[in-house]
Design a protein around this ligand. Structure first.
Ligand code: FRU
Length: 598
């Protein structure tokens, strides 16, 4: 390896015989500099990488043409930076070192940054999950589609990224479909991936829809020569996250795309040329908020079997607790227009936590609507206490319609496959609870990975009933029913680390970077309780199911009528449990604790 400094800020690293990777040292608080493999493929574009200046947080592997001579161009890094003494050629990259908060049974990439799930589909017994991925650091940037597959929705195998950032831009979110008939001209059973190309030009953002196809069942993709395939007719700057679906009554493919504060429908005959149909959303739901990551599918009403259309709208900001969240609308669709059943001012939430975003569903799953959320919030996603890998997906969930007090809702319950994670269990006898009971060290051997299940039947006088998870450091996570206010609450105010504000770099605070635009008061944004209305449950008994995986808490009430997903950062795993019932007695039944592991 030899360094050539043509001028003060641009350096060429000349590698005479490349190994598989050049290991790049990263210092997260530094600004991004430009790094590029010199070449003529569209993917040989400049990447934004936080190369180390005076200390190293971790390394990332930069892929090289193995065995060949090559050059890497680095622009913007001072001559004194420790990167210059730390670059290493290597044939392997060690991902065995895990962050303290690394989840044990949720999907997460082995290194780098992850946000939205993308292009999920199911074919021949395999679930494919792609995701917004930065392979060159654990903060948002350099969007690729990372790739993982699973046969059981629980064990995920990581593959090479499927789509790389290129000269058209970052590879933003989107969807995939199986083209069984070969309509697009890439053969029968080709997988078609639709994504948004995003780049900034002279301070202005440009976004357009693109297509890539795979003829090997989604393992590798070729970008379509005619990209982009769809640009906005009115030049709207926020135009992204295409979701393609089949609409049987018209035997036609449709695409739904977010366009600023609305969703737009398009229709196509050849899956390449798309014609505008209609728009929905302006003035509807929580507003005025940026619409992102749409989904659109049918679900039956349980009582009548009547099929309704559901539109998922991920909005940022707009979450009742600040930042990003998943909203939905139930209504009808006639191939031209979507008409919601609710008034414009009604906002409905798929999850009542603060860390549930970009929920989208799998294409190709027949008997159920199955999807996954990314479990973070754009307010603080870039500064959570992770290093080696930042970002994880929630448990796979099945969506269903239900009604309560004459209104229709979408519920979200863990997919049945999740029970395969259960190992040992502790069964507790039923009990009549008054005041409080401490189960000291109940979860001691479960090292932060468990599922707790119980049912509360409170007497009418009860004001609050629930439980608190506790550890030896004095952190606590109360989860309870507030019968007076009619709410189920998860309070992470004292759950562990709640203030990671100091990790926001001055650069992030000052710059107008694409993802740093909102919310810098991490303490107040993180340390809070989230709640959901108990009126979604109709019985006088409440069955709670709580999953804890190191830094994630997912609560489901009444089999998913209420879902609540929150990040937590306890200083050590919660080991004890205190049950409490205030104001009256509560019967506790079905009380079980499971150790979960892969
Ligand atoms: C949602 C989102 C999408 C976009 C992607 C970029 O979290 O903002 O709208 O495609 O993230 O990574």
């Amino acid at each position: 390896m030899e360094y050539l400094h043509p001028n003060d800020s641009a350096t060429l690293v000349h590698i005479y015989k490349a190994q598989r990777y050049l290991l790049l040292p990263i210092q997260e608080e530094q600004s991004e500099v430009l790094v590029r493999l010199v070449g003529d493929r569209a993917e040989d574009t400049f990447l934004d990488i936080r190369l180390a200046v005076d200390s190293i947080d971790y390394y990332v592997p930069f892929p090289l043409p193995e065995g060949e001579e090559c050059k890497i161009e680095i622009v913007g890094l001072g001559k004194e930076a420790i990167t210059w003494q730390s670059l290493q050629l290597s044939d392997s990259f060690d991902t065995s070192k895990k962050d303290y908060y690394h989840p044990s049974y949720h999907h997460t990439p082995p290194y780098g940054w992850m946000n939205d799930p993308n292009g999920m589909f199911y074919k021949d017994g395999t679930y494919h999950l792609y995701y917004q991925y930065n392979p060159f650091g654990s903060k948002w940037g350099n969007m690729y589609w990372g790739h993982a597959t699973s046969r059981d929705l629980i064990h995920w195998q990581t593959h090479e990224p499927a789509l790389a950032r290129d000269t058209l831009g970052h590879i933003f979110s989107g969807s995939a479909v199986i083209d069984r008939m070969g309509t697009a001209g890439f053969g029968k059973d080709a997988i078609l991936a639709y994504y948004t190309a995003h780049r900034s030009l002279g301070g202005k953002q440009w976004q357009a829809q693109c297509l890539a196809y795979s003829t090997d069942n989604g393992m590798t993709y070729t970008k379509y020569q005619g990209n982009p395939i769809l640009t906005p007719f009115d030049g709207v700057a926020d135009f992204r996250d295409p979701k393609v679906f089949w609409y049987a009554p018209r035997e036609a493919w449709y695409m739904i795309v977010s366009a600023d504060k609305e969703m737009r429908f398009y229709r196509s005959e050849d899956l390449k040329k798309w014609d505008y149909v209609s728009a929905f959303g302006e003035g509807y739901g929580a507003r005025p908020n940026q619409f992102e990551c749409p989904d659109f599918f049918e679900l039956p009403m349980p009582e009548t079997g009547e099929r309704k259309w559901v539109m998922l709208v991920n909005i940022n900001p707009g979450c009742p607790f600040g930042g990003s969240a998943t909203e939905y609308f139930i209504g009808t669709f006639d191939g031209e227009t979507f008409t919601p059943d609710t008034k414009p001012e009604v906002a409905r939430w798929l999850d009542f936590g603060k860390d549930h975003y970009a929920f989208v569903t799998f294409h190709g799953v027949k008997e159920r609507i199955l999807g996954m959320p990314w479990t973070s919030n754009w307010q603080y996603a870039n500064v959570t206490p992770f290093k080696q890998s930042r970002g994880m997906n929630g448990l796979p969930r099945e969506l269903f319609l239900f009604s309560s007090a004459g209104r229709s809702y979408v519920g979200s319950r863990p997919a049945r496959e999740v029970t395969a994670l259960r190992r040992e269990q502790i069964l507790q006898p039923d009990l009549m609870l008054r005041d409080s009971v401490l189960f000291s060290n109940l979860m001691k051997d479960y090292a932060g990975d468990f599922e707790l299940e119980l049912e509360f039947t409170p007497d009418p006088a009860v004001e609050r009933v629930g439980f608190t998870l506790l550890n030896e450091e004095g952190d606590s996570l109360p989860v309870y029913l507030d019968m007076k206010q009619g709410r189920v609450v998860m309070d992470r105010t004292r759950s562990g680390i709640t203030d990671f504000g100091e990790k926001a770099t001055p650069h992030e605070r000052e710059s107008g970077d694409w993802r740093q635009r909102e919310g810098l008061n991490y303490h107040n944004d993180f340390a809070l309780s989230t709640w959901a209305p108990l009126e979604l449950c109709v019985r006088r008994s409440y069955r709670l199911r709580l999953f804890i995986d190191r830094s994630l808490a997912e609560l489901f009430v009444e089999d998913g009528r209420i879902a609540m997903t929150n990040l937590i950062f306890p200083h050590s795993p919660y080991t004890s449990l205190r049950l409490f019932s205030e104001g009256g007695k509560t019967k506790v039944t079905h009380f079980r604790l499971y150790h979960l592991s892969l």
